[in-house]
Ligand binder design. Structure first.
Ligand SMILES: C[S@@+](CC[C@H](N)C(=O)[O-])C[C@H]1O[C@@H](n2cnc3c(N)ncnc32)[C@H](O)[C@@H]1O
Length: 439
């Protein structure tokens, strides 16, 4: 058994209400049942503690959220945090790649009293589909109130959501822009789009949903007769649905065929890790994961080929670089890098942002929520350049660029989620919102 960490992500997750304690594996289940809001478990020591935890099948316990699994201080240790506010319906497969199939995967974690449904209704999303056939709960929109505030959503406005996901933000936009506001939602992932369509169907023609890439938003908007929009939202990256399993092969949270594509088409992550040479792989992991151990990781991956599953990849990386780093799984950065590469995320972000000024009506706003520094840097630099009076290289005695700013910053600093949101939805903890306005 390892000790509880002070501060750090775990400290944030369990605030503001403290956990009931650190439980031995024997009393985990009974304690977790008693713990209404937060519970966490630290299991460690040689052999790990999960293996002997019994499965729980009571239906009432199906929705305990497993927010994160963090390696603890020894190589067999884990810290599992659980909260009512995020969701993991049913099984939690492959939580730790070096221990696939352990009994932990058979645990049915459950929250008490439909906590996730509460979070959904608190978000103003419709109720009822939280269960999505009882299998999976919906993605919780991040920085929802802040995004609406900075988009300044108003009745009758036309809005574009380039990353529709399961429609959480767009639902609120439609609510606030009623009775006749319009939202055009775009997503690359047909499965998320299908969920969003079901959720938005009550809005009829006010909700336009398109399978596509937001980097093509100018063409998509033109094809649907949408112009002069009052607001554009980009909530970057992936949704909870996409990391919780279900075949995306995007995360070590579920042991699945390594894929990572939001959409089909184009090479998968397995094609990438098995196909490129070691040097290229190392560069990619360094560039898109900002991973300083990229060379050691690339070497280990190449000698472990063929790599077929997320669990296998996570295990290779964990063995190559050792234990947890800053409370995160050692493969976090490698997975990020591959996902960015497979989906060409930074390319699409830059291209999408270039289209923004041409789509916005004067006074229209663009809100971008990013989740890591590579994305945020691109958004920040774009906003700076678009709002600059002059973009001449430094040192020129007079301005020769004749640059015309198209945007102005609504606020210069990023908006971060409040502690309460991070506690309720740990996925939000890295979110940074930036907002600009069309001149
Ligand atoms: C964080 S989720 C958005 C969640 C959404 N705001 C909600 O409330 O449900 C990001 C979504 O963007 C989508 N996505 C990622 N890159 C994209 C791109 N280039 N074009 C369109 N959609 C993209 C992903 O498939 C995912 O559904």
């Amino acid at each position: 058994m390892t000790g509880r960490r002070k501060g750090g992500p775990l400290g944030e997750m369990i605030s503001p209400r403290p956990p009931r304690g650190i439980f031995g594996r024997g009393d985990f289940l009974s304690n977790i049942k008693k713990s209404l809001n937060y519970a966490f478990l630290i299991v460690g020591g040689a052999g790990g503690g999960f293996a002997t935890l019994p499965p729980v099948d009571e239906p009432a316990w199906r929705r305990l959220a497993v927010l994160n699994v963090l390696p603890a201080t020894d190589s067999f240790g884990y810290i599992m945090t659980a909260s009512i506010s995020a969701t993991l319906a049913g099984q939690a497969p492959g939580l730790w790649p070096s221990a696939p199939g352990r009994t932990v995967c058979g645990l049915r974690f459950a929250s008490v009293d439909g906590a996730a449904a509460g979070a959904e209704s608190g978000d103003g999303a419709e109720s009822g589909d939280g269960a999505e056939s009882g299998e999976r709960l919906l993605h919780q929109p991040v920085l929802l109130a802040e995004a609406m505030e900075y988009l300044a959503v108003r009745g009758g406005g036309v809005y574009l959501d380039g990353t529709l996901g399961e429609g959480g933000h767009t639902l609120r936009v439609l609510e606030l822009s009623g009775p006749d506001g319009v939202a055009l939602g775009i997503d690359r992932d047909p499965r998320s789009l299908a969920v969003a369509r079901r959720r938005l169907e009550g809005y009829g023609g006010r909700a336009i949903t398109v399978h596509g890439n937001y980097s093509d938003m100018a063409d998509i908007a033109a094809a649907h007769g949408v112009a002069g929009v009052a607001g554009i939202l980009l909530d970057l990256g992936f949704s909870s649905r996409q990391i919780q399993g279900g075949g995306y092969g995007i995360s070590f949270q579920a042991d699945e065929p390594l894929d990572m594509r939001y959409d089909t088409g184009g090479p998968s992550a397995a094609d990438l890790v098995n196909g490129v040479d070691e040097r290229e792989l190392a560069n990619l992991i360094y560039e898109f994961g900002e991973e300083r151990r990229s060379r050691a990781i690339a070497r280990a991956i190449v000698s472990g080929r063929p790599v077929a599953t997320t669990g296998q990849l996570a295990g290779i990386v964990a063995r190559a670089v050792g234990g947890p780093r800053r409370g995160r799984h050692p493969a976090t950065r490698t997975f990020q890098a591959l996902r960015i590469a497979v989906n060409e995320e930074l390319h699409h972000l830059s291209k999408g942002l270039r289209a923004v000024p041409g789509l916005l009506a004067p006074g229209g706003r663009c809100v971008v929520i990013s989740y890591h520094s590579l994305e945020d840097r691109i958004v920040k630099e774009w906003a700076e350049v678009q709002s600059a009076q002059c973009v001449c290289p430094p040192g020129l005695p007079v301005c020769v660029c004749e640059h015309q700013p198209t945007l102005r910053p609504v606020r210069r600093r990023v908006v971060r989620p409040a502690a309460a949101e991070v506690a309720a939805n740990p996925r939000s903890r890295s979110a940074r919102l930036r907002v600009v306005e069309r001149i």
